[in-house]
Design a protein around this ligand. Sequence first.
Ligand code: SF4
Length: 382
Amino acid sequence: MTHLREVREGRPLSADIACQLLRCDDELLPELLATARALKEQYRPGVVTYSRKVFIPLTNLCRDYCGYCTYRRDPGEAGAHTMMPDEVLSVAQAGEKLGCTEALFSLGDRPEALFPEMRETLRKLGYRSALHYLQAMCELVLRETRLLPHANPGLLSANWIERLRESNPSLGLMLESTSTNLEAAHPVDRTPDKLPALRLRTIEDAGRLGVPFTTGILIGIGETMEDRVESLLAIKRLHERYGHVQEVIVQNFRVKPPIPMAAWPEPDTGDMLRTLAVARLLLRDMNLQAPPNLTEKGYEKLLDGGINDWGGVSPLTPDYINPEAPWPHLLDLQRRTEAAGQKLKQRLPVYPEFIASVAARGGMLGERLQAAADADGYVKAA
Ligand code: SF4
């Protein structure tokens, strides 16, 4: 295909052709994947990274009701839980013993705005909001362990990004989609934090403040191919302006029995591969990640889509967002990555190219980061 040859020669991919490629037939797929892999090799030759992490679900109370979510709970519902400081520390310390370097903090959006029970829990703990509590727990982990926090607390104001960057070398928020027409996934009036304009503003504020940022798209939630391309381009535009998007995740929707979207079709591996490859062609020299635990058979196939990162993988804690999907064992991840001709390298929750700017912030975070990173910005051998 002429367009793919032109992309290999350095020409940018137009949105129209990107949409055509997302819908391409099986005959064209091998050339699309070969082009994506070639661009990945130009950008990160021979290496695929992952971050060894513990997952800290600080609270699963959330004021939103996304149609695909199995993480969130209302107060009093079975499984509703807010972690206490000693639980947070004990998970982080256990992860430290297993060589983890990332403490991924996950929590629902502003639960105290909807639930008096959460306000009461926070009052007893001595905090005004879930974000104040998160900040204290990130500082606790940074102070007491060698793990580096990476928080995904939902929408953040510029002020909160500034506060959290004192203890987090990077922050994250999935864009998911720029579409405002995803009624099953984002029911109107029940998902106030899923407005794309607000999410793009958080990503932009992080850029203005120089905070390395993880974001991405969620595919198969009712968006069109045009929406997927626009979502990727929106991320790319912000990165071109601020240079701060450290990685772009392409995550596939998975059915879970209790969710409102339980009868929704899942994207198949072919759809995932086309989306990854088109993302690589559009984003070119940006880190592209796909989670290995959301592809049931032969997750190593995702490497064909031109990814260079597996994201956070935990030897200790489950994926609380997708509890039905266990992480691969790290030895299995290594074996399959190497069988595909790639070297698996452990990275920190901040990518090597951003480490110098974060370390320059100084303080405890700067010290911890310099102690954790080797000369190339990967995890220093123990
Ligand atoms: S996906 Fe996030 S914002 Fe949506 S309901 Fe679940 S926890 Fe809340």
